[in-house]
Design a protein around this ligand. Structure first.
Ligand SMILES: *Cc1c(COP(=O)(O)O)cnc(C)c1O
Ligand SMILES: [Zn+2]
Length: 406
């Protein structure tokens, strides 16, 4: 069965050169920039009604006409998508931003939003006949792509930093993927993959080196519009590593505007990074269009430890075009925010997501937020995936002991 995808072609994000969408592509053949998937949005708008969506299962494939997979048989899915948006009233009150919302990607398969990119990326790779793929990762993407690849029958070669969390190592390995650790950061892993791929004939599934992962992640933007009843929130904060999620949300909202499904208003997009790895924040502060490699990067929020993102110029463009901003958060503030959200509102979210709350506090203190806005935090993963960020030392009782009073 056809998905009725309205995909028409791939377009270079830098030089605009058009590439065929029904053959395997990596970067632009002219200028080596990432390729973006384009659709006939006029046709989509006249064939598709918002109400049609409501009758479909609550997962990201409800937007199949606006995704790149053409044949439903190629869809590799665990039912990912349509994650809940809940309020954080007490933490919001404390920060002086009472209309605070969290979209919780932690409940997705593999515990992070990387499942969205893997679902669409692996499905399209399967459709285009890929038999083996390779990628560098800080852990979460590797786990997701390994498991979706296993389901698709695709062989996966994953290279991650030696200090990536054990849990991401384990989920990658149990899928039967070929897992390698590198004594370095993600860019070192990327160089190793980049060298192996042409020699061995694998598909390079590195961030933005294939056009389809971003399409999976853009469904966050569609869902936000749908969940807010097609009235987007005023501000969206996003923890930025490679920046795919932020680029993708911006792309999604532009597409919905072109279809007339949302109005002129765009949320102000905020790129949040860790102080120990903040190349995009630095570029934004200096008014630049591209970032520089960040040396000796380090942060507890390992998902955003990306010293130089291929799509940095697209992240910056989204931030500039929406009157957003970029802000760096110290790990200590991130860990404190993680605790506040759990204590005040019962939300145990990942450090990457928690950094967004610390950013809200600081942006409110600076006056960048007035406190009247509807502010959405995009929590990219489950706190459970980061057991070591919480240190506890509960009293040890012996059988027969009385419970201490305190
Ligand atoms: C990968 C990752 C990020 C960063 O995502 P990008 O879209 O590549 O910027 C943020 N949070 C978590 C938990 C991640 O795994
Ligand atoms: Zn190009």
């Amino acid at each position: 069965m056809t998905t009725n995808s309205f995909m028409t072609h791939l377009e270079c994000s830098k030089c605009g050169v058009i590439h065929d969408a029904d053959h395997l592509q990596q970067l632009c053949k002219e200028c080596a920039a990432p390729l973006l998937v384009r659709y006939d949005l006029q046709a989509a708008a006249s064939n598709l009604k918002k109400e049609d969506l409501l009758r479909r299962p609550a997962n990201l494939w409800r937007y199949k006409e606006l995704l790149p997979v053409r044949d439903e048989q190629n869809i590799v899915s665990f039912g990912e998508g349509m994650t809940p948006i809940f309020t954080a009233p007490r933490a919001g009150e404390k920060a002086g931003v009472p209309h605070l919302y969290i979209k919780d990607e932690g409940i997705l398969p593999t515990g992070t939003f990387k499942a969205r990119g893997a679902a669409v990326g692996v499905s399209k790779a399967k459709e285009l006949g890929v038999q083996a793929l390779a990628m560098p990762t800080n852990g979460n993407a590797g786990g997701a792509w390994a498991l979706y690849s296993a389901r698709a029958g695709i062989e996966a070669y994953i290279v991650m930093p030696q200090d990536a969390p054990t849990i991401t190592r384990n989920e990658t390995a149990i899928s039967g993927a070929h897992l390698y650790l590198v004594n370095g950061v993600i860019s070192d892993a990327g160089k190793i993959v980049g060298k192996a791929v042409p020699e061995r004939g694998w598909f390079d599934a590195s961030t933005l080196k294939e056009p389809y992962r971003i399409e999976g992640k853009k469904t966050m933007g569609y869902e936000i519009a749908e969940q807010f009843d097609w009235e987007v929130p005023d501000v969206i904060l996003y923890p930025t590593g490679g920046g795919v999620g932020l680029i993708a949300i911006y792309k999604a909202l532009k597409e919905l505007q072109a279809m007339g499904w949302i109005g002129e208003k765009m949320p102000r997009l905020v790129s949040v990074q860790a102080s120990g790895c903040a190349p995009i924040v630095k570029a934004w502060q200096e008014g630049k269009q591209e970032s520089e490699f960040w040396k000796d990067s380090a942060t507890v929020a390992f998902g955003v430890n990306v010293p130089k993102a291929l799509g940095d110029f697209l992240v910056l463009e989204a931030v500039y075009n929406t009157d957003g901003c970029a802000i760096a958060i110290d790990d200590a503030d991130t860990l404190r925010a993680q605790q506040i959200l759990a204590e005040l509102d019962g939300a145990f979210i990942c450090p990457e997501g928690a950094a967004l709350y610390a950013a809200v506090e600081q942006l409110k203190a600076q006056g960048w937020l007035s406190g009247e806005e509807k502010v959405l935090l995009l929590n990219t993963g489950a706190g459970l995936k980061y057991p070591n960020t919480v240190q506890v030392n509960p009293p040890l009782l012996q059988p027969g002991d009385e419970l201490p009073h305190n």
